[in-house]
Write a protein that binds this ligand. Sequence first.
Ligand SMILES: Cc1cc2nc3c(=O)[nH]c(=O)nc-3n(C[C@H](O)[C@H](O)[C@H](O)COP(=O)(O)OP(=O)(O)OC[C@H]3O[C@@H](n4cnc5c(N)ncnc54)[C@H](O)[C@@H]3O)c2cc1C
Length: 418
Amino acid sequence: MGRSSTSVDVAVIGAGPYGLSLAAHLRARGVEHRVFGEPMGPWKHNMPRGMLLKSYPWASCLSDPASEFTVKSFCTERALPYHDTLTPLTLERFIEYGEAFRMRYVPAVENKVLTALEAVGGDLRATFDDGETVNARRVVVAVGLQPFRHLPRDVARLPAELCSHSGDYGSLEPLDGKNVTVIGSGSSATDLAALLHERGIPVSLVARAPQLRFANRPRNRSFIQRMVAPLSGIGPGWALTACAKYPQLIQLLAEERRIRLANPSALGPLGGAFVKDRVIGKVPTSLGTSLQGIGIRNGRVLLDLVSTGGARQSLQTDHVIFATGYRVDASRLGFLSQTLLRDIRLVKGAPQLSSHYETSVPGLHFIGPAAANSFGPVCRFVYGTHHPARALAQYLSSILVRSRPALQVRPFDRTVLP
Ligand SMILES: Cc1cc2nc3c(=O)[nH]c(=O)nc-3n(C[C@H](O)[C@H](O)[C@H](O)COP(=O)(O)OP(=O)(O)OC[C@H]3O[C@@H](n4cnc5c(N)ncnc54)[C@H](O)[C@@H]3O)c2cc1C
């Protein structure tokens, strides 16, 4: 294991849509930086194969400096079928697009894991799983949702062969031959229920919600319909359009307002439009049902359930998947030193961010879902990559490049583009 120490202006932690988009803008501006993480890692390993994106194809683009490499242009270049709204984007196609984006704009991603981050002098010192330490003037954390999986408290101590989180699945093969219960009513729950059923795995779905809600199936809309409820990148209506377009304005609102806006009821729990017909009438459901207790009997999971009317029932199953979502909580980022954790001002577990996505620790920034309490719901979507990529790259360039000779960024060599 090599142990070396280097320094860099900006370390971007994460190579998902947010990290890659920011890196593309930093590179174009000649800001010295390094990017760490597995390119599109969670999309490859933590979302079930066969999943359809819930966001429209036009709203699932990473951010490049010229806004030219969209999902549409990627599909057009490769003669792949595409429609802005009427046909969904598959997970597999989105991963291909993300990989092509990386090759084109962020060729030098380093696939290693940040294990420790601490403040040293005026810099931040990042230590990686290969032993390298990097002193960075600025660190941008873009680690997505996976560190923040939420499981009910009693569940975390059950063995992994009996119980898992929806974010544990890329391949569903480990569940073959089992009888599975999915708990939840959002898109992860309904996606998994549909995919397990179609794989021939006996599956049932238990949810507290009295009924499952799904997004409306996309259709061509009249001018009046578009005026009354425009399609924003994150959902229909003027309120979501404002949130999607102007996250910088949300950051100016009072704390309570921002937090309320970060989780609007319009956004969920809500299944994807194309999943409804694959679940309703196909997957047995117990709705209006809460989990009261969970135990193990004869090597199987025993669920103690109660309906809203108070009726109790027991359900035995081989495996339970909790599709219970994610809760941003900075204390779950094991790489943050105790001192940093103490010094980062948190609002409901998430870092409170300045207009430059900077925490109360100078030089430490967060983008992506962890920024939603400051910049609103768009941060929970790929569509939200555009603002931080552009605005933060511009800010970092203004404070860092000024003090260095300009880097020569070679024009892209079109002959080697993917
Ligand atoms: C099941 C599911 C379906 C979704 N569907 C959609 C959808 O259809 N449309 C949409 O807009 N959004 C969707 N989302 C939300 C989507 O995940 C986020 O919008 C998006 O992935 C956030 O991008 P990101 O770059 O912040 O994080 P991610 O894409 O999660 O990438 C995180 C990156 O951080 C890296 N990383 C993590 N920890 C470390 C570490 N310690 N050291 C180094 N690197 C690290 C990872 O390797 C990875 O490169 C979905 C989420 C889930 C869970």
